[in-house]
Design a protein around this ligand. Structure first.
Ligand code: ADP
Length: 295
């Protein structure tokens, strides 16, 4: 069963309804609705400060919204059982590792809390990802600490894995390959994964779904391939652009005036409807252009 079929037949792993959260006078989550289905791998995209960390913390029950509800693994997050808590892996943006420990001491410590712990996987990831077992954590590089934090979150084979900017401390060359490997680690088990980032190249080979966060909400969520196949940037005479959108039954995601009666629109359009039209410039987009327009 692929992940989209799966999504049709099962209950969500995470469901947020009507979340509102304000810091002082600054609203960060505004009536936000979101669902993550079992086995989905979702990249959460948004500018710095869009509220991604706040959202992830709220989904995990680490932050209390002013209103709205979160259901996690089928139960209200406020009443999460220990069993369900043990089914979640979380890698926060800022590492919360005990710096006086070695990696081995840290992992031994956490192992005692989880009924399920895959020691073979831990050993194999430690050697493959180059994390020294016996060096104090304080002396490891930022990238090694981040990898250790991820190994810790994978060790108990969670059903839901939440990663907040998981590769922020890694060098650019290794980021995408590392993420690919990380996702491969969880795919076989059907783990639901959500990872936040503002670096688009991280997602292009990793996330099967992307969700855009903007103005306190999830504005669009779709499989990445589908999103790119069904999006066109159309520019030209404003009236013609509007007419094209209407005739092709496209959804206008965003429209901007270019001056002189000309506009550029980002359209969601079915592939069969996306025909050329005289006088208009119609182009496919990449994730970066989409992000600039939507996030
Ligand atoms: P992102 O993860 O997308 O960068 P954050 O959730 O970290 O966004 O932050 C969203 C907004 O809320 C930012 O403007 C940030 O400065 C503000 N913010 C985050 N945490 C706090 C906090 N604990 N108290 C007050 N403001 C906060």
């Amino acid at each position: 069963m692929n992940q989209n079929q799966n999504a049709l037949t099962t209950a969500p792993t995470v469901e947020a309804r009507d979340l509102c959260l304000t810091y002082g006078k600054q609203p960060v989550l505004k009536n936000l609705d979101w669902k993550l289905m079992p086995g989905q791998v979702v990249g959460l995209l948004g500018r710095n400060g869009a509220g991604k960390t706040t959202l992830l913390e709220t989904l995990l029950g680490l932050r209390e919204p002013q209103s709205g509800v979160v259901q996690l693994l089928g139960a209200p997050v406020a009443a999460l059982s220990d069993d369900n808590r043990a089914r979640i892996g979380y890698v926060p943006q800022r590492s919360d590792l005990f710096e006086g420990f070695t990696a081995q001491q840290l992992l031994d410590y956490f192992k005692s809390f989880y009924p399920r712990w895959n020691s073979d996987k831990v050993q194999s990831l430690m050697s493959r990802w180059g994390v020294p077992a016996n060096q104090p954590i304080a002396l490891m590089s930022g990238g090694q600490q981040q990898r250790l934090s991820i190994i810790r979150a994978l060790a108990h084979e969670p059903d839901l894995l939440v990663l907040d900017e998981p590769v922020a401390s890694l060098d650019p060359a290794g980021r995408r390959d590392f993420l690919r490997e990380l996702v491969d680690q969880v795919l076989d088990r059907g783990t639901t994964v959500v990872l936040s980032t503002h670096i688009l190249s991280d997602l292009e080979r990793v996330a099967f779904n992307v969700a855009f966060m903007r103005d306190g909400r999830i504005t669009i969520q779709a499989p990445l391939d589908e999103l790119l196949d069904q999006t066109r940037q159309v520019s030209g005479n404003s009236a013609q652009v509007n007419l094209y959108a209407e005739r092709s039954q496209a959804q206008i995601l965003r429209i901007r005036s270019l001056g002189d009666g000309r506009s550029v629109a980002m359209l969601k359009i079915s592939q069969s409807q996306a025909q050329d039209a005289a006088g208009l410039n119609i182009e496919r987009t990449n994730l970066e252009e989409l992000f600039l327009e939507l996030a």
